[in-house]
Design a protein around this ligand. Structure first.
Ligand SMILES: Nc1ncnc2c1ncn2[C@@H]1O[C@H](COP(=O)(O)OP(=O)(O)OP(=O)(O)O)[C@@H](O)[C@H]1O
Length: 243
């Protein structure tokens, strides 16, 4: 079972660079919360998630999850799942097999695994499509399969890197609502990268605004969308306080 208390995420003076492009993150994310990450293209949003997941390693500084130093821990051993814009489903496997990979990479599934898979499919609205192949699904349904797969992994931290960017507005709203509902049920700590201000408003929680590889502003999302919100963020989204 997931620990409903959730896991905090701390980046303690983390420095990282791709050649000349550097990022510097000093950031604390509360356990069992939702944090949206926004910022201009190239600001370092994906890099931030990759540092938390362990796909990139800091040049200096420390990454802590749930108070444990994971700076040197390989990605597979971190208490983290990640969903990308490309959902990485296997074309030749059915919906339930793709979800089952979250439990067992060789698909050697116990009765408990099968029960968890069925529950995750129900919860994501795919309960009537377990035998479909990815090509027989809509884009929104494919992203639901990716979400169901992270649910059966039952990791305390869920990183979402623009997972709904290719969906139309109403499907995106449905998916944002689903993540918002799942977060308290599972007690997950969700970090959600998006370019869409409407997604951020809808999901609520906290906001981290990145600019040129550093945290330019942090706070409650609802405040960001008022006249008291950070000026850099308001400029970025073209917010008119008088409107
Ligand atoms: N593999 C890489 N090799 C070299 N530079 C990279 C690599 N990945 C990212 N960068 C650079 O690092 C910086 C941060 O990139 P990152 O992908 O984190 O930005 P982002 O905010 O997610 O952007 P976008 O909104 O366009 O996805 C950018 O300047 C980018 O060009």
């Amino acid at each position: 079972m997931t620990d409903k208390a959730g896991a905090s995420i701390t980046l303690n003076k983390v420095a990282f660079s791709y050649g000349e492009t550097g990022v510097d993150f000093d950031l604390a994310i509360e356990p069992a919360s939702i944090t949206t990450v926004m910022g201009p293209s190239g600001a370092g949003k994906s890099t931030l998630l990759n540092l938390i997941a362990g796909f990139e390693l800091p040049r200096s500084g420390r990454v802590l999850i749930g108070g444990t130093d994971v700076t040197a821990t390989p990605p597979s051993e971190r208490p983290v799942s990640m969903v990308f814009q490309e959902n990485n489903l296997f074309a030749h496997l059915t919906v339930e097999q793709n979800v089952g990979l979250g439990r067992s990479p060789a698909l050697r599934l116990t009765d408990a695994d099968r029960a968890a898979i069925a529950e995750a499919l129900d919860r994501t609205g795919l309960g009537d499509k377990p035998k479909r192949l990815p090509r027989e699904l809509s884009g929104g349904e494919r992203q639901r399969v990716a979400l169901a797969r992270v649910l059966v992994r039952d990791r305390p931290v869920l990183l979402l890197d623009e997972p709904f960017a290719s969906l139309g507005p109403s499907l995106r709203e449905d998916m944002v609502d689903l993540v918002k509902a799942l977060q308290p049920e599972r007690g997950m700590t969700v970090v959600f990268v998006t370019h869409q201000p409407e997604d951020a408003r809808r999901i609520g929680g906290n906001m981290v605004f990145l600019d040129r590889g550093t945290v330019a502003a942090i706070g409650e999302t609802v405040t960001f969308f008022t006249k008291d919100g950070p000026a850099a963020f308001r400029d970025y989204i073209g917010f008119d306080a008088g409107a």
